[in-house]
Design a protein around this ligand. Structure first.
Ligand code: FES
Ligand code: FE2
Length: 381
């Protein structure tokens, strides 16, 4: 991954000098090897910003939303002082999970032995603690994690030293707000969850290229022109969309596209719903090395979708989304073939064209860089 915390968000440079080998797809072991998956959890997921919810899901004191950072159960909750705090969702006594789903609480009470925590994570009470020996309640508190609000979405990061997401994606938030000016007014209106039989990276690979679009999405042929579609990768995010005829077709110009779809490293999609006052976010949470939980959240002006919005959701659910998940599951099966070795990615030297797989290449290079030095096993093919 490129250096973080630059003063401006830098577009990734072209691959003109790359050798053939450097633009081959990731080896199959990255998608099926348990050891690599374990390393990914530690080196990628516990060290990246993971979206949990929209800020409007946490408006009132005591509102909380739980979520997953890969296999780590976490919770974000609004304190009595109005501050949003993130915690590992685990009791400091013997490890019972504390809160489920989303809701509102006055204090956090563990369902096992009823230790009680305030909304800022301090221990309020533990039954029989005055009679028990050697108990110092002042030393007990919930394990906290970093939180950040970005594009009115709440993210967490398990790495206490992580640089802010905003500092790594300069320019992105302005652009999202330009496309969705009322993003701060939106309400959670719908959620769809898919259990996908594919490694999480296959879902990202698939989202970061439109080389497959006219082949694998027959309906796209009616309206979609690949020559108008562009894709630009930045430090830890990417933007794809149609060229805006009102802006110069300059990839360095952050306003060069409309109908944009964003990706945020490593596993978040923000594909714009075809409606200016809405937000659609898609989290790809690894459940195991070959299974991913994909969660789509839809935020609209009202907390129920309109008829047109329902039709849009249905189209994503039954057509485009399903087709993409079928593709990913087929690739997952294919990667077990002893007859497969990684193929060449089709890359536009300018790193701009919609047909190109340069977004996949950037993502896979970031994965390689994160795992560098942690691998022991060789490519079985
Ligand atoms: S595990 Fe939570 S009170 Fe015992
Ligand atoms: Fe697709």
């Amino acid at each position: 991954m490129a250096a973080r915390g630059k003063a401006t968000t830098r577009r990734k440079s072209g691959t003109g000098s790359l050798s053939q080998n450097q633009s081959l797809a990731l080896e199959a072991r990255y998608y099926i090897d348990e050891e690599i998956f374990k390393q990914e959890k530690r080196l990628i997921f516990y060290d990246s910003w993971q979206m949990i919810c929209h800020v409007n899901d946490l408006l009132d004191v005591g509102n909380y939303v739980t979520g997953l950072v890969a296999d780590q159960n976490v919770v974000v909750i609004r304190g009595r002082d109005g501050v949003l705090r993130g915690f590992h969702n685990v009791c400091a006594h013997r490890g019972h999970e504390l809160l489920k789903g989303r809701g509102n609480v006055r204090n956090i009470i563990c369902p096992y032995h009823a230790w009680a925590y305030s909304l800022d994570g301090a221990l309020l009470a533990a039954r029989h603690s005055t009679e028990a020996s050697g108990f110092d309640s002042s030393c007990v508190k919930l394990a906290s994690i970093k939180t950040e609000m970005f594009c009115d979405l709440i993210f967490v990061n398990c790495n206490p030293d992580a640089p802010s997401l905003r500092s790594q994606t300069l320019g992105m938030e302005d652009k999202v707000r330009r496309f969705i000016p009322k993003i701060d007014d939106l309400k959670h209106a719908h959620q769809i969850t898919y259990h996908v039989k594919a490694n999480w990276k296959l879902l990202i690979d698939n989202y970061l290229e439109c080389y497959h679009c006219v082949v694998a999405h027959p309906k796209f042929k009616e309206t979609f022109k690949i020559d108008e579609w562009k894709h630009t990768s930045y430090e830890v995010h990417a933007i794809q969309g149609k060229i805006d005829p009102r802006s110069p077709a300059d990839p360095k110009n952050p306003n060069y596209t409309y109908q944009s779809a964003w990706w945020v490293w490593p596993n978040l999609f923000i594909p714009r719903f075809p409606d200016t006052n809405s937000l659609m976010v898609c989290r790809n949470i690894p459940a195991s090395v070959e299974q991913t939980t994909q969660i789509w959240d839809f935020y609209f002006a009202a907390d129920k979708p309109t008829r047109a919005q329902k039709e849009g959701i249905e189209w994503i659910d039954k057509v485009a989304g399903k087709e993409d998940l079928d593709l990913c599951e087929s690739v997952q099966r294919g990667l077990h073939s002893i007859g497969y070795s990684p193929g060449k990615l089709m890359i536009d030297p300018e790193h701009f064209a919609g047909w190109s797989e340069h977004g996949v290449w950037y993502f896979q290079q970031m994965v390689r860089a994160k795992l560098k030095g942690s691998e022991k096993r060789q490519n079985p093919s």
